[in-house]
Design a protein around this ligand. Structure first.
Ligand SMILES: [Zn+2]
Length: 119
């Protein structure tokens, strides 16, 4: 018999209990840390869009100005997954609105090059 210690991927607590199974038979686990935001987790996710690290990267890419389709391409997940994660993400939702460029920043007129005459 081999015992494998299960650690919460979010808070790294080992106070973890079994919490039933997924429809596909994968064991689910529940974190017993009260401060932990992630309560139910799996050790091996079937789809990449469910992995907590990938979900964090989706929000990071969105805050860096990446588009939905670009994020989906880079992380090899579906664009609809990207939208779903961003809708649920509190960090992306509470983002401050984009501040308009200050009035001191005005576009400098481009210098025109004088055309040389061919002789
Ligand atoms: Zn936890």
């Amino acid at each position: 018999m081999v015992s494998i210690p299960v650690e919460c991927p979010y808070c790294h607590s080992t106070e973890v209990i079994k919490a039933g199974k997924q429809a596909n038979g994968t064991q689910r686990y529940q974190c017993h840390n009260e401060q932990c935001a992630l309560r139910i987790f799996l050790l091996h996710y079937q789809d990449r869009g469910r992995i907590p690290e990938i979900r964090r990267q989706i929000v990071d890419l969105a805050l860096n100005g990446s588009g939905i389709r670009a994020t989906a391409r880079v992380l090899r997940i579906s664009p609809t997954t990207v939208i779903a994660v961003l809708k649920k993400s509190r960090r992306a939702a509470t983002r401050q609105p984009h501040v308009a460029a200050s009035p001191s920043f005005t576009r400098r007129p481009r210098l025109r090059r004088t055309r040389r005459r061919a002789r």
